[in-house]
Ligand binder design. Structure first.
Ligand code: ACO
Length: 309
Protein backbone atom coordinates (compact mmCIF):
# COMPACT_ATOMS: atom_id res chain seq x y z
CA UNK A 1 0.00 0.00 0.00
CA UNK A 2 2.78 2.42 0.95
CA UNK A 3 4.53 1.58 -2.29
CA UNK A 4 1.40 2.23 -4.30
CA UNK A 5 0.82 5.57 -2.58
CA UNK A 6 4.43 6.54 -3.11
CA UNK A 7 4.19 5.67 -6.81
CA UNK A 8 0.98 7.72 -7.11
CA UNK A 9 2.54 10.71 -5.38
CA UNK A 10 5.68 10.53 -7.48
CA UNK A 11 3.64 10.37 -10.69
CA UNK A 12 1.66 13.47 -9.68
CA UNK A 13 4.79 15.35 -8.56
CA UNK A 14 6.51 14.68 -11.89
CA UNK A 15 3.48 16.06 -13.70
CA UNK A 16 2.81 12.71 -15.30
CA UNK A 17 -0.74 11.42 -15.70
CA UNK A 18 -2.69 9.03 -13.54
CA UNK A 19 -4.57 6.61 -15.81
CA UNK A 20 -7.80 4.64 -15.10
CA UNK A 21 -6.03 1.36 -14.26
CA UNK A 22 -3.44 2.96 -11.97
CA UNK A 23 -3.88 2.74 -8.24
CA UNK A 24 -5.23 5.97 -6.76
CA UNK A 25 -6.32 7.05 -3.27
CA UNK A 26 -10.08 6.80 -2.73
CA UNK A 27 -10.30 10.54 -1.98
CA UNK A 28 -8.64 11.33 -5.32
CA UNK A 29 -11.14 9.14 -7.17
CA UNK A 30 -14.09 10.69 -5.31
CA UNK A 31 -12.90 14.24 -5.94
CA UNK A 32 -12.51 13.53 -9.63
CA UNK A 33 -15.94 11.93 -9.89
CA UNK A 34 -17.43 14.97 -8.14
CA UNK A 35 -15.65 17.56 -10.26
CA UNK A 36 -15.86 15.86 -13.68
CA UNK A 37 -19.51 14.89 -13.19
CA UNK A 38 -20.39 18.46 -12.16
CA UNK A 39 -18.50 19.69 -15.17
CA UNK A 40 -20.40 17.27 -17.48
CA UNK A 41 -23.75 18.27 -15.96
CA UNK A 42 -22.85 21.94 -16.51
CA UNK A 43 -22.24 21.33 -20.21
CA UNK A 44 -25.57 19.51 -20.59
CA UNK A 45 -27.64 21.99 -18.54
CA UNK A 46 -25.70 24.79 -20.26
CA UNK A 47 -27.39 23.88 -23.56
CA UNK A 48 -30.70 25.27 -22.27
CA UNK A 49 -30.23 29.04 -21.78
CA UNK A 50 -28.94 29.52 -25.33
CA UNK A 51 -30.86 26.63 -26.90
CA UNK A 52 -33.98 28.65 -26.19
CA UNK A 53 -32.81 31.16 -28.85
CA UNK A 54 -32.21 28.70 -31.71
CA UNK A 55 -35.73 29.06 -33.14
CA UNK A 56 -35.63 32.85 -32.68
CA UNK A 57 -32.14 33.64 -34.02
CA UNK A 58 -32.33 36.78 -36.20
CA UNK A 59 -30.71 35.28 -39.32
CA UNK A 60 -29.82 31.94 -40.87
CA UNK A 61 -26.12 32.63 -40.18
CA UNK A 62 -26.74 33.28 -36.48
CA UNK A 63 -28.99 30.22 -36.25
CA UNK A 64 -26.33 27.96 -37.82
CA UNK A 65 -23.63 29.27 -35.46
CA UNK A 66 -25.83 28.88 -32.40
CA UNK A 67 -26.95 25.40 -33.39
CA UNK A 68 -23.32 24.31 -33.84
CA UNK A 69 -22.37 25.80 -30.50
CA UNK A 70 -25.17 24.14 -28.55
CA UNK A 71 -24.35 20.80 -30.21
CA UNK A 72 -20.72 21.25 -29.14
CA UNK A 73 -21.89 21.60 -25.53
CA UNK A 74 -23.70 18.27 -25.84
CA UNK A 75 -20.47 16.73 -27.14
CA UNK A 76 -18.49 18.19 -24.22
CA UNK A 77 -20.98 16.68 -21.79
CA UNK A 78 -20.56 13.29 -23.45
CA UNK A 79 -16.74 13.30 -23.38
CA UNK A 80 -16.88 14.29 -19.75
CA UNK A 81 -19.41 11.60 -18.81
CA UNK A 82 -17.15 9.12 -20.61
CA UNK A 83 -14.14 10.41 -18.62
CA UNK A 84 -16.15 10.01 -15.38
CA UNK A 85 -17.08 6.46 -16.33
CA UNK A 86 -13.37 5.52 -16.41
CA UNK A 87 -13.47 6.06 -12.62
CA UNK A 88 -16.00 3.26 -12.13
CA UNK A 89 -19.35 5.07 -12.17
CA UNK A 90 -22.13 4.69 -14.67
CA UNK A 91 -23.49 7.55 -16.75
CA UNK A 92 -27.11 6.66 -16.02
CA UNK A 93 -26.30 6.94 -12.32
CA UNK A 94 -24.80 10.39 -12.90
CA UNK A 95 -27.88 11.55 -14.82
CA UNK A 96 -30.06 10.31 -11.94
CA UNK A 97 -27.88 12.27 -9.50
CA UNK A 98 -28.37 15.41 -11.57
CA UNK A 99 -32.13 15.18 -11.89
CA UNK A 100 -32.51 14.18 -8.25
CA UNK A 101 -30.47 17.23 -7.21
CA UNK A 102 -27.72 15.07 -5.63
CA UNK A 103 -24.96 16.53 -7.80
CA UNK A 104 -24.36 20.15 -8.68
CA UNK A 105 -23.87 21.96 -11.97
CA UNK A 106 -22.48 25.44 -12.57
CA UNK A 107 -24.39 28.31 -10.95
CA UNK A 108 -24.14 30.34 -14.15
CA UNK A 109 -26.80 28.34 -15.98
CA UNK A 110 -29.49 29.32 -13.49
CA UNK A 111 -29.82 32.82 -14.90
CA UNK A 112 -32.40 33.69 -17.60
CA UNK A 113 -31.66 34.73 -21.21
CA UNK A 114 -34.33 37.35 -22.02
CA UNK A 115 -32.55 38.99 -24.99
CA UNK A 116 -30.52 37.87 -28.00
CA UNK A 117 -27.59 39.92 -26.71
CA UNK A 118 -27.37 37.25 -23.97
CA UNK A 119 -26.19 34.79 -26.62
CA UNK A 120 -23.26 37.10 -27.36
CA UNK A 121 -22.50 37.85 -23.73
CA UNK A 122 -22.62 34.17 -22.75
CA UNK A 123 -20.11 33.48 -25.53
CA UNK A 124 -17.85 36.35 -24.49
CA UNK A 125 -18.01 36.24 -20.70
CA UNK A 126 -19.32 32.79 -19.71
CA UNK A 127 -17.31 30.85 -22.29
CA UNK A 128 -14.39 33.23 -21.64
CA UNK A 129 -14.53 32.32 -17.94
CA UNK A 130 -14.85 28.64 -18.86
CA UNK A 131 -11.69 28.88 -21.00
CA UNK A 132 -9.77 30.59 -18.18
CA UNK A 133 -10.76 27.77 -15.86
CA UNK A 134 -10.34 24.92 -18.35
CA UNK A 135 -7.09 25.65 -20.19
CA UNK A 136 -5.09 24.81 -17.03
CA UNK A 137 -7.21 21.64 -16.70
CA UNK A 138 -5.49 20.34 -19.88
CA UNK A 139 -2.62 19.73 -17.41
CA UNK A 140 -4.76 18.16 -14.70
CA UNK A 141 -3.25 15.00 -13.23
CA UNK A 142 -5.97 12.58 -14.41
CA UNK A 143 -5.28 11.50 -18.01
CA UNK A 144 -8.83 11.08 -19.41
CA UNK A 145 -9.92 14.45 -17.97
CA UNK A 146 -6.83 16.27 -19.27
CA UNK A 147 -7.27 14.81 -22.77
CA UNK A 148 -10.99 15.65 -22.88
CA UNK A 149 -10.12 19.24 -21.94
CA UNK A 150 -7.87 19.73 -24.97
CA UNK A 151 -10.70 19.35 -27.46
CA UNK A 152 -13.22 21.10 -25.21
CA UNK A 153 -10.95 24.16 -24.96
CA UNK A 154 -10.50 24.38 -28.72
CA UNK A 155 -14.25 24.42 -29.17
CA UNK A 156 -14.80 26.85 -26.28
CA UNK A 157 -12.41 29.21 -27.97
CA UNK A 158 -14.65 29.23 -31.06
CA UNK A 159 -17.65 29.83 -28.78
CA UNK A 160 -15.99 32.82 -27.19
CA UNK A 161 -15.07 34.35 -30.55
CA UNK A 162 -18.55 33.91 -32.00
CA UNK A 163 -19.97 35.67 -28.92
CA UNK A 164 -17.56 38.56 -29.15
CA UNK A 165 -18.15 38.91 -32.90
CA UNK A 166 -21.91 38.96 -32.34
CA UNK A 167 -21.51 41.71 -29.73
CA UNK A 168 -19.19 43.71 -32.03
CA UNK A 169 -21.88 43.54 -34.72
CA UNK A 170 -24.60 44.66 -32.29
CA UNK A 171 -22.42 47.53 -31.03
CA UNK A 172 -22.10 48.79 -34.61
CA UNK A 173 -25.90 48.70 -34.91
CA UNK A 174 -28.65 50.91 -33.48
CA UNK A 175 -28.79 52.63 -30.10
CA UNK A 176 -31.36 50.05 -28.99
CA UNK A 177 -28.95 47.24 -29.89
CA UNK A 178 -26.10 48.87 -27.97
CA UNK A 179 -28.39 49.23 -24.95
CA UNK A 180 -29.33 45.55 -25.19
CA UNK A 181 -25.64 44.62 -25.06
CA UNK A 182 -24.94 46.87 -22.08
CA UNK A 183 -27.99 45.56 -20.22
CA UNK A 184 -26.86 42.00 -20.83
CA UNK A 185 -23.28 42.74 -19.67
CA UNK A 186 -24.71 44.29 -16.50
CA UNK A 187 -26.66 41.12 -15.75
CA UNK A 188 -23.89 38.59 -16.56
CA UNK A 189 -20.72 40.21 -15.21
CA UNK A 190 -21.08 39.30 -11.55
CA UNK A 191 -22.49 35.78 -12.12
CA UNK A 192 -19.51 35.15 -14.46
CA UNK A 193 -17.08 36.05 -11.66
CA UNK A 194 -18.95 33.62 -9.40
CA UNK A 195 -18.33 30.75 -11.83
CA UNK A 196 -14.82 30.42 -10.39
CA UNK A 197 -16.28 29.35 -7.06
CA UNK A 198 -16.10 30.82 -3.56
CA UNK A 199 -13.07 32.85 -2.45
CA UNK A 200 -10.03 30.70 -1.62
CA UNK A 201 -10.52 31.15 2.12
CA UNK A 202 -14.00 29.68 1.77
CA UNK A 203 -13.23 26.89 -0.68
CA UNK A 204 -13.11 23.57 1.17
CA UNK A 205 -11.75 21.57 -1.78
CA UNK A 206 -9.01 23.77 -3.25
CA UNK A 207 -6.02 22.85 -1.05
CA UNK A 208 -6.49 19.09 -1.51
CA UNK A 209 -7.23 19.39 -5.23
CA UNK A 210 -4.15 21.58 -5.76
CA UNK A 211 -1.95 19.09 -3.90
CA UNK A 212 -3.25 16.30 -6.16
CA UNK A 213 -2.80 18.61 -9.18
CA UNK A 214 -6.43 18.13 -10.15
CA UNK A 215 -6.78 21.92 -9.93
CA UNK A 216 -3.74 23.86 -11.19
CA UNK A 217 -4.78 27.30 -9.90
CA UNK A 218 -6.97 28.49 -7.07
CA UNK A 219 -10.43 30.02 -7.58
CA UNK A 220 -9.16 33.55 -6.81
CA UNK A 221 -6.15 33.25 -9.13
CA UNK A 222 -8.37 32.31 -12.04
CA UNK A 223 -10.95 34.99 -11.21
CA UNK A 224 -8.19 37.62 -11.27
CA UNK A 225 -6.94 36.32 -14.61
CA UNK A 226 -10.45 36.56 -16.04
CA UNK A 227 -10.90 40.16 -14.84
CA UNK A 228 -7.51 41.17 -16.28
CA UNK A 229 -8.41 39.58 -19.60
CA UNK A 230 -11.94 41.02 -19.81
CA UNK A 231 -11.34 44.70 -19.04
CA UNK A 232 -9.48 45.54 -22.29
CA UNK A 233 -12.00 43.47 -24.25
CA UNK A 234 -14.86 45.50 -22.71
CA UNK A 235 -13.07 48.74 -23.63
CA UNK A 236 -12.62 47.61 -27.21
CA UNK A 237 -16.27 46.62 -27.39
CA UNK A 238 -17.40 49.93 -25.94
CA UNK A 239 -19.29 48.63 -22.90
CA UNK A 240 -18.77 49.35 -19.22
CA UNK A 241 -18.41 46.64 -16.61
CA UNK A 242 -20.81 47.19 -13.69
CA UNK A 243 -18.18 47.53 -10.96
CA UNK A 244 -17.27 50.99 -9.62
CA UNK A 245 -14.24 49.49 -7.83
CA UNK A 246 -12.67 48.18 -11.02
CA UNK A 247 -9.31 49.93 -11.34
CA UNK A 248 -5.79 49.15 -12.60
CA UNK A 249 -3.38 48.61 -9.74
CA UNK A 250 0.10 49.45 -11.05
CA UNK A 251 1.82 47.97 -8.03
CA UNK A 252 0.12 44.57 -8.33
CA UNK A 253 -0.03 44.80 -12.12
CA UNK A 254 -3.59 43.54 -11.96
CA UNK A 255 -7.04 45.10 -11.86
CA UNK A 256 -8.58 45.61 -8.44
CA UNK A 257 -12.26 44.73 -8.41
CA UNK A 258 -15.27 44.65 -6.10
CA UNK A 259 -16.52 41.74 -4.03
CA UNK A 260 -19.09 39.48 -5.73
CA UNK A 261 -22.26 38.80 -3.73
CA UNK A 262 -21.22 35.50 -2.16
CA UNK A 263 -24.63 35.08 -0.51
CA UNK A 264 -26.15 35.05 -4.01
CA UNK A 265 -23.68 32.34 -5.13
CA UNK A 266 -24.62 30.21 -2.10
CA UNK A 267 -28.31 30.68 -2.85
CA UNK A 268 -27.96 29.74 -6.50
CA UNK A 269 -25.76 26.71 -5.74
CA UNK A 270 -28.25 25.47 -3.18
CA UNK A 271 -31.08 25.49 -5.74
CA UNK A 272 -32.64 28.90 -5.20
CA UNK A 273 -31.58 30.73 -8.36
CA UNK A 274 -33.97 32.25 -10.91
CA UNK A 275 -34.07 29.16 -13.15
CA UNK A 276 -32.87 26.15 -11.09
CA UNK A 277 -36.24 24.39 -10.96
CA UNK A 278 -36.92 25.02 -14.66
CA UNK A 279 -33.48 23.76 -15.77
CA UNK A 280 -33.67 20.51 -13.80
CA UNK A 281 -37.30 19.91 -14.81
CA UNK A 282 -36.40 20.39 -18.47
CA UNK A 283 -33.54 17.90 -18.13
CA UNK A 284 -35.81 15.39 -16.37
CA UNK A 285 -38.41 15.67 -19.14
CA UNK A 286 -35.80 15.20 -21.87
CA UNK A 287 -34.49 12.11 -20.06
CA UNK A 288 -37.96 10.62 -19.71
CA UNK A 289 -38.87 11.45 -23.32
CA UNK A 290 -35.70 9.68 -24.45
CA UNK A 291 -36.46 6.45 -22.57
CA UNK A 292 -37.85 4.74 -25.69
CA UNK A 293 -34.61 5.45 -27.59
CA UNK A 294 -32.52 3.82 -24.87
CA UNK A 295 -34.88 0.84 -24.76
CA UNK A 296 -34.83 0.49 -28.55
CA UNK A 297 -31.01 0.64 -28.62
CA UNK A 298 -30.79 -2.08 -25.97
CA UNK A 299 -33.34 -4.26 -27.78
CA UNK A 300 -31.41 -3.79 -31.04
CA UNK A 301 -28.11 -4.68 -29.35
CA UNK A 302 -29.68 -7.80 -27.80
CA UNK A 303 -31.11 -8.86 -31.16
CA UNK A 304 -27.76 -8.39 -32.91
CA UNK A 305 -26.06 -10.45 -30.23
CA UNK A 306 -28.63 -13.17 -30.66
CA UNK A 307 -28.08 -13.25 -34.42
CA UNK A 308 -24.30 -13.34 -34.01
CA UNK A 309 -24.47 -16.22 -31.49
N1 ACO B 1 -21.48 26.65 -9.38
C1 ACO B 1 -21.90 25.58 -8.70
N2 ACO B 1 -21.22 25.03 -7.67
C2 ACO B 1 -20.04 25.59 -7.36
C3 ACO B 1 -19.51 26.69 -8.03
C4 ACO B 1 -20.28 27.23 -9.08
N3 ACO B 1 -19.89 28.29 -9.78
N4 ACO B 1 -18.34 27.02 -7.48
C5 ACO B 1 -18.12 26.16 -6.48
N5 ACO B 1 -19.15 25.29 -6.39
C6 ACO B 1 -19.34 24.25 -5.40
C7 ACO B 1 -18.28 23.19 -5.50
O1 ACO B 1 -18.65 22.22 -6.46
C8 ACO B 1 -18.24 22.67 -4.09
O2 ACO B 1 -19.37 21.85 -3.84
P1 ACO B 1 -19.25 20.26 -3.49
O3 ACO B 1 -18.09 20.13 -2.53
O4 ACO B 1 -20.56 19.89 -2.95
O5 ACO B 1 -18.94 19.60 -4.79
C9 ACO B 1 -18.47 23.92 -3.27
O6 ACO B 1 -19.15 24.82 -4.12
C10 ACO B 1 -17.21 24.55 -2.73
O7 ACO B 1 -16.38 25.03 -3.79
P2 ACO B 1 -14.83 24.64 -3.97
O8 ACO B 1 -14.29 24.02 -2.73
O9 ACO B 1 -14.12 25.82 -4.50
O10 ACO B 1 -14.99 23.49 -5.07
P3 ACO B 1 -13.96 23.02 -6.20
O11 ACO B 1 -12.59 22.84 -5.68
O12 ACO B 1 -14.59 21.86 -6.90
O13 ACO B 1 -13.91 24.27 -7.23
C11 ACO B 1 -14.68 24.77 -9.46
C12 ACO B 1 -15.05 24.66 -7.97
C13 ACO B 1 -13.67 25.87 -9.65
C14 ACO B 1 -15.95 25.06 -10.26
C15 ACO B 1 -14.03 23.40 -9.90
O14 ACO B 1 -14.88 22.33 -9.57
C16 ACO B 1 -13.73 23.33 -11.37
O15 ACO B 1 -12.76 23.90 -11.82
N6 ACO B 1 -14.54 22.55 -12.14
C17 ACO B 1 -14.32 22.31 -13.54
C18 ACO B 1 -14.91 23.36 -14.41
C19 ACO B 1 -16.42 23.36 -14.45
O16 ACO B 1 -17.10 22.54 -13.86
N7 ACO B 1 -16.98 24.27 -15.22
C20 ACO B 1 -18.43 24.30 -15.40
C21 ACO B 1 -18.88 25.57 -15.97
S1 ACO B 1 -18.19 25.97 -17.48
C22 ACO B 1 -19.14 25.38 -18.70
O17 ACO B 1 -19.71 24.38 -18.60
C23 ACO B 1 -19.25 26.09 -19.99
Amino acid sequence: MDELLEHFERTVERDQRIEPRDWMPEGYRKTLIRQIAQHAHSEIIGMQPEGAWITRAPSLRRKAILLAKVQDEAGHGLYLYAATETLGVDRSELTENLIEGKQKYSSIFNYPTPSFADVGVIGWLVDGAAICNQVPLCRTSYGPYARAMIRVCKEESFHQRQGYELLMTMMRGSKAQREMVQDSVNRWWWPSLMMFGPPDGDSPNTARSMAWRIKRHTNDELRQKFVDMSVPQAEKLGVTLPDPELKWNAEREHYDFGEPDWAELKRVISGDGACNAERVEHRRRAHEDGAWVREAALAHAAKKKGVAA
